[in-house]
Write a protein that binds this ligand. Structure first.
Ligand code: ATP
Ligand code: FE
Length: 336
């Protein structure tokens, strides 16, 4: 079975081709960073226009790299939500129309289920049940995953998502866009113990909160600037201290959730899970706690269509085919 996946929920136009054994034959992503960089965030109207311009070329390129033609495709899956409605409509309608014209089945996919299942794109796949930490620009949440369609929300952010906090700090420090990878690069050169920043533990809750950390970082930066002390090294140290505060809470709560739920397998997904400090620290703590950790390749952590193709295949195999009348949605039914 050959599956074409399409993803256009935010500012990446992506298409991928996988086979029925989750082998990724092609995984193409066309980003729009250059378009949105000068605004310091995604401009929805520009994003949907860019998707329209890119979608045909991206799908063609994925087919070319996979060595397949449209006639070889058995199933088409596209992201149905959550995300920006104008962006979602481009990939979803393109996939639906393509499937209809080829007389092939079409399934809509919840983007979050793609992140929750992205570890299956790797050679070492997790067994059920497992704990999933999903950390991205719009989501920070812990899920118990019992099978390909049963996801139980254990905790989630009460305010900003972790990726959103990274992006806001980068904008505040005016160091580039998108924020996560830049803050992470700066942090590699900084001292994480230089500044004491707050961690929101929220007692025993598995929820998260990053808005206090964001405000504290902002105030610290203001003080440094007032004292004419915002040297390049101070900014590196600020990024490192901020990143450490985020990573510590994410890791600690994941370990706690795995122990509370008696789960010995931990999976991560979403753009922030590409962060090397988070990956290192999780590996260290999981080894200590005898937990098995599954880290998807960075290209499968950030938004991509291979995870959508895989999640779509599972929906289809499950008999969950959807209908031609299905529409996109902006909020995940899996929680966020
Ligand atoms: P979702 O709709 O799932 O929230 P998204 O549109 O935010 O997805 P993703 O690619 O899943 O897209 O995640 C993007 C987020 O990940 C951005 O906030 C980005 O700054 C962050 N990110 C990417 N790479 C890194 C990194 N190395 N370190 C920290 N954050 C990162
Ligand atoms: Fe995402």
């Amino acid at each position: 079975m050959i599956i074409l996946g399409i993803e256009s929920s935010c500012d990446d136009t992506a298409a991928a081709v996988i086979d029925g054994d989750a082998n990724v034959l092609a995984n193409v992503v066309s980003g729009q960073d250059a378009v949105h960089a000068r605004f310091g965030g995604v401009v929805p109207e520009l994003a949907s226009r860019c998707h329209l311009e890119a979608i045909t070329a991206v799908v063609d390129e994925a087919l070319r790299q996979a060595g397949k033609t449209l006639g070889d495709i058995d199933l088409i899956a596209a992201t149905q939500g959550p995300g920006l409605i104008g962006s979602l409509l481009v990939g979803f309608c393109y996939g639906k129309a393509l499937a209809f014209s080829l007389a092939r089945p079409f399934v809509g996919v919840d983007h979050m289920s793609g992140h929750l299942l992205s570890a299956f794109l790797e050679p070492r796949q997790p067994p059920f049940p497992y704990l999933a930490l999903i950390v991205s620009g719009g989501t920070t949440a812990l899920f118990r995953v019992d099978d390909f369609s049963r996801f139980s929300l254990l905790g989630r952010t009460r305010d900003d998502a972790a990726g959103e906090a990274f992006d806001k700090i980068a904008r505040l420090l005016d160091i580039g866009y998108p924020g996560g990878p830049v803050v992470s690069r700066y942090a590699e050169q900084g001292d994480p113990s230089r500044f004491a920043l707050p961690r929101a533990w929220l007692d025993d809750s598995l929820d998260f909160s990053f808005s206090g950390l964001k405000t504290a970082t902002q105030q610290l930066h203001k003080q440094l600037a007032c004292r004419n002390d915002a040297s390049r090294q101070a900014i590196f140290d600020l990024c490192a201290s901020f990143q450490q505060a985020v990573v510590e809470v994410l890791v600690e709560k994941s370990i706690r959730a795995a122990q509370t739920e008696a789960l010995s397998h931990l999976v991560i997904g979403g753009g922030v899970s590409a962060n090397s400090s988070l990956r290192r620290e999780l590996l260290r703590r999981c080894t200590e706690a005898s937990l098995h950790l599954y880290l998807p390749a960075p290209a499968h952590c950030t938004d991509n269509a291979a995870m959508i193709a895989f999640a779509g295949l599972q929906r289809y195999v499950n008999g969950d085919h959807g209908s031609w009348g299905d529409d996109v949605f902006s909020r995940s039914k899996l929680g966020h």
